[in-house]
Design a protein around this ligand. Structure first.
Ligand code: FAD
Length: 379
């Protein structure tokens, strides 16, 4: 009997896993023993990491998108029809359009969403770059900026652990190049008692921020923003005045995950090694939507998809498990407009950052283009 693999979510993780399974299960697809279906929310695929470059005018919007159908292997049956309810016990998914899909394996890759509305005043008073509308608005605000107080305010949880730091360091270079740095104070806030959740990154960035005269406030958990008087106040009682507030809004998982009882807050409860849902063993969870306490990043999703592709292939072809996920994450970190570094880590090896170089920066820019090969599984 034919096995049906249903992928919910056509972002980075869902697309990579569907394409990878087509490559590995070519014979089974040809023989009609396997079918792969992907349910998404849009016929356009967004490369999110390039949003970092939009506020500085360094990423053409035409490079951010491709047709979702074109980035998917042609053997994947694709519907722009989001999942509304997942019945894990009966192994059925009902969509917004009322279609019902049975599955043998479900791959949950619904990602995360920004929740600026959960912080009073944030929608009215803050800018962000984590979606296209926000990145465009911030680009206009930066072009109009002539000096003053900029606060970069980080809220958790959020995806891409290093993007806020990259924004801060790039901003410093941008303001220097525009001759505005002497008329600007730049303050970086972080919710815990150090400058970054990853301890080695926190140690690394402390002197980097200090050398550039960037001020910082740790233990800063945003309570509310006063958009009229341009003030941001933390639960710890600190108030900062700003002329431009750049925030990373807190994130949540997708509603379908919570309404289907697969995890609180939209984060699906996931075994960190098998990437199986902790209760429903036909459901694999990948990308931002897991509740695994590691970085929510495209590279995390990428390495997770490799594990899931190998395991589903082994289960179908040999009836056995292949291997577990080791927690691998790789991050580029732009340390300015013309330099970058990188780090990698996993469940046992902590991150270590090397010296920044122009070459790594160029490689990061090249990856913005190579992504389109990578998501197709050609890299
Ligand atoms: C500014 C910025 C910079 C970043 N930089 C980096 C970086 O340098 N390196 C890095 O590794 N990562 C980076 N990231 C993070 C990276 O983009 C995400 O971690 C990655 O996209 C996660 O992949 P995903 O598939 O889990 O989620 P997504 O790519 O967000 O995809 C989830 C998809 O599921 C869809 N969906 C939601 N609900 C449903 C539903 N009910 N039914 C069907 N589909 C649904 C969504 O619409 C979306 O298309 C960055 C992110 C941002 C915003």
């Amino acid at each position: 009997m034919s096995k049906h693999i249903l992928v919910v979510g056509g972002g980075l993780a869902g697309t990579m896993v569907a394409n990878g399974l087509c490559r590995r299960l070519g014979n089974e697809l040809r023989a009609g023993q396997v079918q792969i279906t992907l349910l998404g929310t849009s016929d356009r695929h967004l490369y999110q990491p390039a949003l970092l470059f939009v506020p500085f005018g360094l990423a053409g919007e035409e490079n951010l998108f491709r047709s979702q159908r074109q980035v998917l292997d042609r053997r994947v049956v694709f519907h722009v029809d989001p999942a509304r309810q997942i019945e894990a016990v009966t192994k059925k998914v009902t969509t917004e359009a009322g279609r019902v899909f049975d599955y043998d394996y479900l791959i949950l890759a619904t990602g995360s969403r920004l929740m600026p509305e959960t912080v009073p005043g944030m929608v009215e008073g803050a800018h962000w770059f984590y979606d296209l509308a926000g990145a465009r608005k911030l680009r206009s605000a930066l072009q109009a900026f002539t000096g003053g107080r900029i606060v970069v305010n980080i809220n958790v949880p959020h995806k891409c652990p290093v993007a806020p730091l990259e924004m801060t360091l790039m901003l410093h270079d941008y303001l220097t190049k525009r001759g505005l740095i002497d008329r600007t104070t730049l303050t970086y806030t972080y919710p815990i008692g150090r400058l970054h959740a990853l301890e080695p990154v926190a140690h690394w960035c402390k002197p980097v921020l200090e050398q550039r005269g960037i001020q910082s406030e740790t233990f800063f958990n945003t309570e509310w923003i006063d958009p009229v008087n341009q003030r941001i106040t933390s639960m710890e009682g600190v108030t900062l005045d700003y002329d431009l507030l750049i925030t990373i809004p807190p994130h949540a998982g997708m509603e379908v995950v919570s309404t289907s009882n697969l995890g609180r807050g939209g984060w699906a409860t996931t075994d960190p090694k098998t990437l199986l849902h902790t209760v429903h063993k036909e459901i694999f969870v990948i990308g931002d939507t897991t509740n695994i306490p590691i970085s929510k990043a495209g590279s995390t999703a990428h390495f997770e998809t490799e594990t899931v592709i190998a395991n589903i292939t082994a289960l179908i072809q040999e009836g056995c498990w292949s291997h577990d996920y080791d927690g691998k994450v790789f991050c580029f970190l732009e340390t300015g407009m013309e330099e970058g570094t990188y780090t990698w880590f996993n469940y046992v090896t902590p991150p270590r950052l090397g010296p920044p170089s122009q070459m790594i920066h160029w490689f990061r820019l090249a990856y913005n283009r190579l992504y389109w090969l990578s998501v197709k599984g050609l890299l």
